[in-house]
Ligand binder design. Structure first.
Ligand code: ZN
Length: 101
């Protein structure tokens, strides 16, 4: 849980720094001010969204059905070992193996 407390401010700082740095570098090419602001905001948003996406993917555990050709899967995040084991069993023994076909 402590990791999450640092992740959000770090993601915001990195994305804002990247957006502002890119806008400042563009200013050297005489890009108009309003365009620099739009560029900085969009770059900040894109970088922040990417960081959030990858952080969530890294924190997510995926349990897949082991039957050949079955695409059933369970994704869980932030659960304890007991609940993770429960979801692993659910993925291994779901009622029908053709749910996603
Ligand atoms: Zn299955």
């Amino acid at each position: 849980m402590k990791k999450r407390r640092f992740l959000f401010p770090l993601a915001v700082a990195v994305s804002v720094l990247t957006g502002v740095t890119a806008a400042v570098r563009l200013a050297a090419y005489h890009v108009p001010g309003p365009l620099l602001v739009v560029y900085a905001v969009l770059t900040t948003s894109a970088i922040g969204t990417s960081i959030r996406f990858f952080a969530e993917r890294l924190a997510t555990t995926v349990h897949r059905c082991s039957a050949d050709g079955c695409t059933f899967q369970v994704q869980e995040r932030g659960v304890d070992a007991g609940e993770s084991a429960y979801w692993r069993e659910v993925a291994a023994a779901h009622p029908r193996h053709d749910l996603n076909r």
